[in-house]
Design a protein around this ligand. Structure first.
Ligand code: ASP
Ligand code: MG
Length: 435
């Protein structure tokens, strides 16, 4: 007998019939003798509907009241799920965040979990009940209701799994796992059976939207095994099959990974590139450019400073596309005059494409196959950044899909890793380094 946390997304909770399906699935786990805590999202569309109402009243609704409002979606779906379970004869009880309590800081609409009291949950589990806990919400020290940011139920589930030391945190969703890349772009994209936590972190932060990034960070910090799996299968498929389905996100040391060099390709269109032209290349120049940007709370991703020619250089960096206008204004009106730059150019027709894989650690030259593949497609690389387990490039966004397809093919991600493929990749890597 083991303890499992199940998380169901808004689509899975989207109608009474679907809630009944969730209840049947949970009942199956319960009947097999497992302890189950279920964390549901609000019914699909509900959070948007509530936030929409708020924005009809005000352009900038008060954060406290927004959380008071949007937390109700999860309260409703949790109660409905508990009733659906009871209707099947399964003892069940639901709790809101403040009842548990799930304690958070006071940053409304993006609060962080500080602690979770497990007493009530444990007591109910020990009495054989299924416990339903609202996702997305918590309570601060002054008993104000808080929410964890959009998609925050993932984080709730992982955090609850962490305190209860659950065997696995199962994230049921409308896709059946994590893919080598978005199957809407590459039809031969393959579901990964296992992915390391570090790879998932890169995939999530690089725009693969299967899991909220903070949930992945939490899973890493507390070493919670997370499985992403489909909620659209028949609720009464064999438990053994369900337990082995989806994608398991786990820790490198405790299992044998598929030993592919590259596991996946992530991409994001949410990018904009800023360039300051003809900046005097003097000590402190990067600081005088990026200091004010950081002070304005704008996240900078990639940074490139060119070789200087006659004491002048170009300085480029990327920001989230949502921050593009704000950044441009700041550079144009304050930074450029202060550092004596020639001009500022903003380009929001860029995207970022990345190859991700822990195998890159032990294989040199993987990036060169990436660069060669892009050059064969005549795609110009504007910026490059690397870490131990990923290489990212910034390119014109009209080539994004082409780049993703070409890279997926070049790294043979449509096939399970086998030695022959690995050798072929290594050979082409070596060829390109010899050229
Ligand atoms: N209901 C919240 C949202 O739509 C939280 C979640 O679904 O994870 O963002
Ligand atoms: Mg979600």
């Amino acid at each position: 007998m083991s303890l499992f946390v199940h998380k169901y997304g808004g689509t899975s909770m989207g109608s009474i019939e679907r809630i009944q399906n969730v209840a049947r699935r949970v009942a199956k786990w319960h009947a097999a003798g497992h302890k189950v805590v279920v964390v549901p999202s609000a019914m699909s569309g509900e959070t948007n509907r509530l936030l929409g109402l708020a924005h009809e009243l005000s352009n900038q609704p008060d954060g406290r009241e927004l959380d008071m409002l949007s937390a109700t979606g999860e309260q409703a779906s949790s109660a409905l799920l508990a009733m659906a379970l009871q209707a099947l004869g399964v003892p069940a009880r639901s709790y809101t965040g403040w009842q548990v309590p799930v304690k958070t800081d006071s940053s409304y609409t993006r609060a962080r979990i500080r602690s979770i009291d497990q007493a009530k949950i444990r007591a109910d589990l020990d009495m054989g009940k299924v416990v339903v806990v609202t996702g997305f919400q918590g309570v601060d020290d002054e008993l104000n209701i808080t929410t964890l940011g959009r998609g925050g139920s993932d984080t709730s589930a992982v955090a609850i799994a962490a305190v209860l030391e659950a065997t696995e945190c199962l994230i049921y969703t409308d896709v059946d796992g994590v893919y080598t890349t978005d199957p809407r772009i590459v039809s031969s994209a393959r579901r990964l059976k296992v992915l390391s936590f570090e790879e998932m972190l890169e995939m999530a932060s690089l725009g693969s939207k299967v899991l909220q990034i903070r949930a992945v960070e939490f899973a890493g910090k507390y070493q919670v095994p997370v499985r992403v799996l489909s909620s659209l299968t028949e609720p009464d498929i064999a438990l053994q099959d369900e337990m082995a389905s989806g994608t398991l996100i786990t820790f490198e040391e405790d299992h044998k990974m598929e030993s592919a060099i590259v596991s996946g390709i992530a991409f994001s269109r949410d990018e904009a590139k800023m360039t300051l032209l003809a900046v005097p290349d003097t000590p402190g120049v990067a600081y005088s450019i990026l200091g004010p940007v950081a002070a304005a709370n704008i996240d900078v991703d990639m940074i490139v400073q060119n070789q200087s020619v006659e004491g002048m250089t170009d300085f480029s960096f990327t920001v989230n596309r949502n921050d593009a206008e704000r950044t441009y204004e700041l550079l144009k009106t304050q930074v450029a005059p202060a550092v004596g730059a020639g001009d500022v150019v903003a380009d929001d027709h860029v995207c970022k494409v990345s190859i991700v894989g822990i195998g890159m650690r032990s294989h040199v030259g993987v990036a060169s196959l990436m660069f060669r593949t892009l050059s064969e497609e005549n795609i110009n690389i504007q910026m490059i950044s690397t870490s131990e387990i990923k290489t990212s490039v910034v390119i014109n966004d009209k080539y994004m899909e082409l780049a993703v397809r070409a890279l997926h093919k070049a790294f043979e991600l449509d096939q399970e890793y086998n030695q022959a493929v690995g050798q072929a990749i290594e050979k082409s890597v070596n060829n390109s380094t010899n050229n």
